[in-house]
Design a binder for this molecule. Structure first.
Ligand SMILES: Nc1nc2c(c(=O)[nH]1)N[C@H]1C(S)=C(S)[C@@H](COP(=O)(O)O)O[C@H]1N2
Ligand SMILES: [Mo]
Length: 238
């Protein structure tokens, strides 16, 4: 397993920003009003957006000493905590990709490994500095050969209760991981083990636990997210 540093040169960040802009700027025909609004905000001609993206690409990292081992409170909407057996586990990556994937846990662990120490923020009024380790969603998207028409990522959690959709730029951020480690140990089941989203650019409710499927989409589905469909904000950026 190759460990890589998340503190990457700024010109690489800008390269990523550029491609994220490109991806968001494509398409647009037949979109819903909601998508049009996002599209407007994401226009590369809009300066406000540049600052949004610049912030989005800012690398976040806390020192090890800042980790709050008891800080991450369990927040689970499911009636039953999914109990996924590692041997049967598959992560499906599909939608607008040239090569749909169905990866075993072993195959995921063989991908380049990234770790980061970031703050998790829950809208319910608590936060915790946590170390996460896992694979970048960007790398999964690249491996599946994401098509340029994709503008959103949709995440399905095991059991069918929880689902989330993200803008592609946030999904492909360097620090958006599908994590299988928390604080340098295997991700506990209550925290979404074997695989969950972790990212410094989104609020807690966007960070789906027990992720089993990532679909890249050109349009947002009618159901945007478990909490969003009950009135919470969709973008939920940090
Ligand atoms: N599948 C699933 N993912 C989820 C949730 C959930 O209820 N179900 N809660 C979200 C919320 S509101 C937060 S704050 C974090 C909490 O993560 P934790 O339970 O590992 O602390 O997970 C997010 N991901
Ligand atoms: Mo939350």
């Amino acid at each position: 397993m190759k460990e890589q540093n998340l503190l990457i040169p700024r010109r690489d960040l800008l390269k990523v920003t550029g491609s994220a802009f490109g991806a968001l700027y494509l398409g647009g025909c037949g979109s819903s009003q909601f998508e049009e609004e996002i599209y407007k905000v994401a226009s590369p001609l809009n300066e406000k957006v540049e600052s949004i993206f610049f912030n989005a690409q800012k690398v976040s990292q806390f020192p090890k000493s800042a980790i709050e081992p008891e800080g991450l409170l369990i927040n689970t909407a499911e009636d039953n905590t999914p109990d996924l057996k590692l041997d049967d586990f598959r992560l499906v990556v599909d939608g607008l990709v040239e090569k749909p994937l169905s990866l075993t846990f072993k195959e995921i662990k063989e991908m380049p490994f990234y770790s980061m120490i970031i703050r998790h923020v829950c809208v319910e009024g608590w936060a915790a500095v946590v170390a996460w380790g896992g694979v970048r969603l960007r790398d999964l998207a690249a491996r599946a050969k994401i098509k340029p028409v994709a503008r959103f990522a949709f995440f399905e959690s095991a059991g069918g209760t929880y689902y989330e959709s993200w803008d592609l730029a946030s999904a492909l951020h360097d620090q958006t991981l599908l994590a299988f480690e928390k604080n340098f140990a295997p991700l506990p089941r209550d925290n979404g083990g074997p695989l969950r989203l972790a990212s410094p650019v989104k609020l807690g409710y966007k960070l789906s636990k027990w992720v089993v499927r990532v679909s890249f989409l050109a349009h947002l589905p009618a159901h945007k997210g478990y909490w969003e469909d009950q009135g919470y904000e969709w973008f939920a950026g940090l």
